[in-house]
Design a protein around this ligand. Structure first.
Ligand code: ATP
Length: 310
């Protein structure tokens, strides 16, 4: 009989992300919004180990608060494995061990990274041999942020964020991320943004039907210039997240007055990301935020997407 330790397994690592630019277009009739975003994959990683099994099972561990991670078929990593099996006609199962570093419901795409990692891990384990574009098409069916977690690096996302084009990026950007124990629901943030735009329709003016990423952001990424990028950071969801989580305004102020070039809510939040001039500055800011009682971690980007490791 084969013991568990002898079963072949595949380990895949996938990154979390920060949206360094996120413009949200007007609410459409189907209830969605057209987006224009610039993603940067950062060095907070999800590790997924896939081992052959008869059914589909999952175990989740990690350094982050794991409340809210479903362990049944709602889990994005399990959904990814089942989707790949259905699409390729694979008739076995898999056990997934997920180790999380990305905060849950934190606006950093942790679930999407798990899904991307599970796709790559099962593709390797089952030798299904899908091409990059085929995996990417499956990824888009699992969620708008999943194709980016597969690709990593720096990319521009349009549509719902899932239509990707690579962006030229040089150098390295250093971030300090302040995480929160309580996540926020992305649909609630969008609903709050729609209500805010409705209330302030006269001041805000018409919202772009077809948003696009500002040229300054592309320029800053191409130049690898953190000061330029700091001046061009934009997140249209931030106003809505701050209404749901007013406590984050003080966090943003604290970081920006303690050495960050700029701070921004990551995606729908509540993680707050501070861009720093260098790794050394980031470590100093991390210490200052920690001594004020915040959970702060240092990460850098861009880093690669979902890859087999070890
Ligand atoms: P979103 O894609 O909604 O913007 P996020 O980046 O803010 O997400 P995630 O950590 O991806 O946050 O989780 C969002 C929700 O997805 C969780 O609250 C949870 O209910 C569900 N979920 C499903 N699978 C996973 C997973 N593998 N890890 C974390 N959450 C998951």
């Amino acid at each position: 009989m084969t013991s568990l330790a002898e079963l072949p397994s595949v380990r895949v690592r996938a990154p979390g992300k920060i949206n360094v630019y996120l413009e949200v277009g007007a609410l459409q009739e189907d209830g969605y919004h057209e987006l224009a975003t610039a993603f940067q994959a950062v060095s907070l990683f999800e590790d997924v180990v896939a081992t052959p099994a008869e059914g589909f099972t999952i175990a989740v561990t990690g350094a982050v608060d794991l409340d809210g991670v479903p362990l049944d078929d709602r889990n994005l990593a399990l959904r990814a494995a089942r989707l790949l099996a259905n699409e390729t006609g694979y008739d076995g199962g898999v056990h997934l061990d997920v180790h999380k570093q990305v905060p849950v419901a934190g606006g950093m795409g942790g679930g999407s990274a798990d899904a991307a990692a599970a796709l790559v891990a099962c593709d390797a384990l089952w030798e299904t041999g899908l091409s990059g574009p085929e995996l990417s098409r499956l990824a888009a069916r699992l969620g708008a942020d999943v194709p980016f977690a597969l690709r990593g690096g720096t990319a521009i996302g349009t549509g719902r964020g899932d239509v990707l084009n690579p962006a030229l990026a040089r150098g390295r950007f250093d971030w300090v991320l302040v995480t929160s124990d309580d996540g926020v629901s992305t649909p609630k943030v969008y609903a709050e943004l729609d209500a805010h735009r409705e209330r302030h329709r006269v001041d805000i003016g018409p919202v772009a039907a077809r948003p696009s990423v500002d040229a300054e952001v592309l320029h800053a990424l191409r130049a690898g210039d953190a000061t330029m990028l700091a001046a061009a950071l934009r997140n249209d969801l931030q106003v809505a997240t701050l209404r749901l989580r007013p406590d984050l305004a003080a966090v943003l102020e604290h970081g920006e007055s303690s050495g960050a070039l700029a701070g921004i809510v990551s995606g729908s939040g509540p993680t707050v990301a501070f861009l720093c001039p260098s790794a050394e500055d980031a470590l100093e800011l991390r210490a200052a935020l920690r001594s004020a009682g915040h959970a702060a971690v240092h990460a850098h980007g861009p880093v690669p997407g979902a890859r087999v490791v070890g």
